[in-house]
Ligand binder design. Sequence first.
Ligand SMILES: NC(=O)c1ccc[n+]([C@@H]2O[C@H](COP(=O)([O-])OP(=O)(O)OC[C@H]3O[C@@H](n4cnc5c(N)ncnc54)[C@H](OP(=O)(O)O)[C@@H]3O)[C@@H](O)[C@H]2O)c1
Length: 303
Amino acid sequence: MADDNVLVLITGASGFVGSHLAIDLAAAGHRVAAIGGRSLPCRDVRQVVESVWQCDLADSTAAGRLLKEVKPDLVIHCAALARAAECEENPQNAHLANVVATRNLLLAADLPIVFISTDLVFDGSVAPQGGFREKDPVNPNSVYARTKADAEKFVLDTRSASAVARICLVFGDDLSGHGGFLGWLRGSLAKGDTVKLFTDEWRTPIYTKDVSRSIAAILNKPEISRKHRIVHLAGCERVSRFEFGSQVASRFGFDHSLLNPTSVTGFSSPAPRSSDVSLSNQVLIDEFGVEPMTIRSALADML
Ligand SMILES: NC(=O)c1ccc[n+]([C@@H]2O[C@H](COP(=O)([O-])OP(=O)(O)OC[C@H]3O[C@@H](n4cnc5c(N)ncnc54)[C@H](OP(=O)(O)O)[C@@H]3O)[C@@H](O)[C@H]2O)c1
């Protein structure tokens, strides 16, 4: 999909995953343009990329104008309304951010897109039935997941040179005030708050640097990307949120008694929860040659 001179536009670069991607791909020698939505990408991003932009991608005119000005060779589309509860409460916003914005990018220019999607496109209501592979049928059970599945389909149907990268629970340093699940966990534990962590909700967490290495492999191996248009970016360990929290507490020296093991059964949340959306990363390892770090070594690698 890429050679050394291509300009990569990263959307959602003011967010958690996009900011890491922008920094890591720029460090790996890619030319990067970074765009935020309501906010600009953070200073760490601004210092290393070729240009920064702001655009509401749900506005088709603005999206078209952006692509004309930036003139990227390909797009890594991270921008999304990624909070499931917020999507459930405002399905119209979720549709605009996740489906309409993706469609606007696809229709504005004939460019390859790597669409960042989610493990939650699988239902995963029955554990232990995770280990989902790329060819398994999706069965989204929330507004967030349905909008991501709709956008995936649109990407795959519209542009043959595009790919869908489904990622799991991502963890890494908090660069931009968006630290994901780990950011919330560390923030709470640092304040001495007790945290409820599910013992029966399983994920295959992936480190931000492994997400970036995987996306770089997708860009650098176009012949394999054409064969595998959907790729699962997942870590090698299937862990419960409680097990993950225990490793975090050990690594950062937090009091383990603050971790309150809880069952997801009977837990009331605005969006339906998925017990086991662990993903198989066999294609990532065998075809793209990316071997994700263990959770322990990734946590040790963090700042
Ligand atoms: N974090 C995870 O664990 C995880 C797991 C699975 C999948 N994903 C996927 O990974 C991607 C990134 O997630 P994240 O955790 O980094 O989310 P995030 O921190 O909430 O960032 C979302 C980004 O999307 C931008 N955005 C939202 N609506 C936009 C619009 N209408 N126009 C332009 N930009 C818009 C936001 O810009 P502003 O904030 O500037 O408005 C922000 O930069 C998403 O596609 C998500 O579905 C994430």
